[in-house]
Design a protein around this ligand. Structure first.
Ligand SMILES: Nc1ncnc2c1ncn2[C@@H]1O[C@H](COP(=O)(O)OP(=O)(O)OP(=O)(O)O)[C@@H](O)[C@H]1O
Ligand SMILES: C[C@@](O)(CCOP(=O)(O)O)CC(=O)O
Length: 185
């Protein structure tokens, strides 16, 4: 069992991977980064003979397949909303801190809270649209107005909100506010 699970959420190009990668560097071997999208991308890469590393990265490549991956994964979720959360956790090593870098739906939070209760902390990363555009965001109908991007827009119970808009919060400040959530460890 982990001792704490940090659930990160944020819209496309808000900086989820950027911040969780920096956090992982700081926590080194005390943490494990889990991605709910990992089993989705692995499946997709295998089925369609695609480059998994490109799907896992932040290039334009994965954007070509995003809508198809969303539609396929949502179909799976209608039968079992925890399906990908469960697989993402299956291979987690025995580390005290788990960082889940891509929470997108209320059912994701529900699944983790149901299974791990008090161990979970929810973190929302926000960045204004101009910043996200500068970092590669382009609005796509079906993606940016759908559940994958908007499913947590009206969630209000975040333990922490981080502003990752250009020039707003320094990285050190962002990381120390996350570390404060770990103070009971
Ligand atoms: N605070 C920051 N300073 C500089 N560059 C940043 C910052 N945050 C994010 N970026 C850069 O912006 C780009 C998008 O960030 P990132 O991939 O972390 O977003 P994401 O929320 O994981 O997006 P997606 O959901 O599309 O995968 C990356 O190239 C990343 O390095
Ligand atoms: C298909 C999907 O998992 C892709 C996520 O990719 P990324 O976290 O933005 O790199 C999004 C979703 O599950 O809604």
């Amino acid at each position: 069992m982990p001792q704490i699970i940090l659930l990160f959420s944020g819209k496309r190009k808000s900086g989820k991977d950027f911040l969780t990668t920096h956090l992982q560097k700081l926590l080194t071997d005390r943490c494990e980064v889990l991605k709910i999208s990992q089993p989705i991308k692995s499946h997709w890469a295998k089925e369609k003979n695609l480059n998994l590393n490109e799907l896992l990265g932040d290039s334009e490549y994965k954007e070509q397949y995003r809508l198809d991956m969303i539609n396929w994964s949502d179909e799976m979720r209608t039968q079992d909303y925890g399906y990908f959360c469960r697989i993402a956790c299956q291979d987690a090593a025995e580390k005290p801190i788990w960082i889940v870098s891509d929470i997108r739906r209320k059912t994701d939070i529900h699944w983790f809270k149901e299974k791990y209760g008090d161990l979970t902390r929810t973190i929302r990363i926000v960045a204004d649209e101009a910043t996200r555009i500068k970092r590669g965001f382009q609005f796509k109908s079906g993606v940016d107005d759908g559940i994958s991007e908007c499913g947590l827009d009206d969630y209000t119970e975040w333990d922490l909100v981080i502003d990752n808009t250009d020039g707003k919060q320094k990285l050190e400040e962002q990381l120390s506010s996350i570390l404060a959530l770990l103070s009971r460890l």
